[in-house]
Design a protein around this ligand. Structure first.
Ligand SMILES: [Zn+2]
Length: 277
């Protein structure tokens, strides 16, 4: 097992511009407005000054649950590459998750949903999965984030809303009010800009390390070493940029099940934060 410190360092290395990186704030209580229907997905209460709340992992003491999350990345400027044959989707990965009966949360860009509407709809309508928001454009919400183009502050909210509009248009019935910042990069300004949308920002505590990795064993080791009760694992659902992920998942799933872990969606981890022990 790698140490907590090393794991935190790995997360910080990925999210270089991550605000509050390395701090271990306990998750805030989940909020469910009294007037909301029972089926409304759980979210975290807003942070100080009404900022968008940030969730990185679930309870460490409520059982051995783990959430695999898959970012379906496609950047607004990659249409020409998709037209030339590059595949930003990963149907075999989704099929493997179904075969292994692994619930998962897919953080999808609006641009991805537009490129692969049938797959987006199929994932969105499958109760095994939940679709969450990974922005429309996959542009960065901070000035310096892995060289991604930047969304101006005045357009952050509309970029998120545009992704939800794309999900609705292709037939994703109930996308979740969860948002993952492209590159995991955020700051106070971004959290403030998104507050009116009511989303909970979802980070992670385990980096799968599958981006551009060709050896599945590297990913398997990193995930099996990193997962603790309540962990959120970030992986990718993009064939061209995550070529080993599907093979890795075929080993990660039985490996974690052998250790007594149960796979859940992010909503279950967030919902458990406010539940009684
Ligand atoms: Zn991404």
């Amino acid at each position: 097992m790698i140490t907590l410190l090393r794991r935190a360092t790995a997360v910080c290395a990925l999210g270089a511009a991550l605000a509050a990186c390395g701090t271990a704030e306990p998750p805030r209580a989940a909020s469910t407005p009294a007037s909301a229907p029972a089926s409304r997905p759980p979210t975290l209460a807003p942070g100080p000054a009404g900022l968008t709340p940030v969730f990185a992992h679930g309870s460490r003491t409520r059982g051995r649950t783990v959430a695999l999350t898959f970012d379906a990345d496609m950047t607004a400027g990659q249409g020409a590459r998709a037209a030339a044959g590059e595949r930003f989707d990963h149907p075999r990965l989704i099929s493997t998750l179904r075969t292994l009966k692994v619930p998962a949360t897919v953080f999808m860009t609006g641009r991805w949903a537009e490129e692969y509407p049938d797959q987006a709809r199929s994932i969105g309508r499958d109760p095994l999965f939940e679709v969450a928001n990974h922005s429309y454009s996959h542009y960065a919400y901070t000035p310096d984030c892995y060289g991604l183009p930047t969304v101006p502050g005045t357009r952050m909210r509309s970029d998120v809303e545009r992704a939800y509009a794309a999900f609705r248009r292709v037939g994703v019935p109930e996308p979740m009010p969860y948002f993952r910042f492209p590159g995991g990069c955020y700051d106070r300004r971004a959290l403030k800009a998104l507050a009116p949308t009511g989303v909970t920002a979802v980070q992670w505590d385990v980096v799968g390390g599958d981006a551009f990795e060709t050896d599945p064993d590297v990913v398997v080791r990193q995930v099996l070493d990193g997962v603790r009760p309540g962990s959120v694992v970030v992986l990718h659902c993009t064939r061209s940029a995550a070529p080993a992920t599907e093979r890795a998942v075929r080993a990660i799933v039985p490996g974690l099940r052998r250790e007594g872990f149960r796979f859940v969606k992010v909503s279950e981890l967030i919902g458990a934060v406010g539940a009684r022990p």
